[in-house]
Design a protein around this ligand. Structure first.
Ligand SMILES: [Zn+2]
Length: 121
């Protein structure tokens, strides 16, 4: 039996995590990648950084000039980066899908060839 309230606790923790990640996206232009990495939206570099301290240092070292984007400008910039990222990912997904289709098609062809051979014998 699951303890009552334990699922809520889990939910609250992930909610908390999501808020932290949103804050990081806004402050340092990073998005989470998997469970233990973040990707820099500016240079698309994936780094194992889970401490805000590390992310801040990375941002300060590499992309400090993005501090020029403030307030609404910053939000717009962030949205631009995120949109670009989504577009890129959907291209990858489409490529993967078409690759799958090719594999299935060639499998179908070889299957038909095989049946044809059997019919001849
Ligand atoms: Zn970067």
């Amino acid at each position: 039996m699951e303890e009552p309230g334990s699922s809520c606790k889990k939910l609250c923790v992930s909610e908390e995590k999501r808020k932290v990640q949103e804050k990081w996206s806004n402050a340092y232009f990073v998005v989470p990648q998997g469970s233990d990495k973040v990707m820099c939206l500016i240079c698309k570099q994936v780094n194992a950084m889970l401490k805000e301290f590390n992310i801040k240092r990375y941002y300060d070292t590499n992309h400090k000039m993005y501090d020029n984007f403030m307030g609404k400008e910053r939000t717009t910039k962030l949205e631009q980066f995120q949109r670009g990222l989504t577009a890129q990912q959907s291209v990858f997904t489409n490529l993967a899908k078409s690759g799958e289709a090719v594999t299935q098609a060639s499998y179908g062809v070889s299957l038909r060839n095989c049946q044809a051979e059997q019919a001849v014998q």
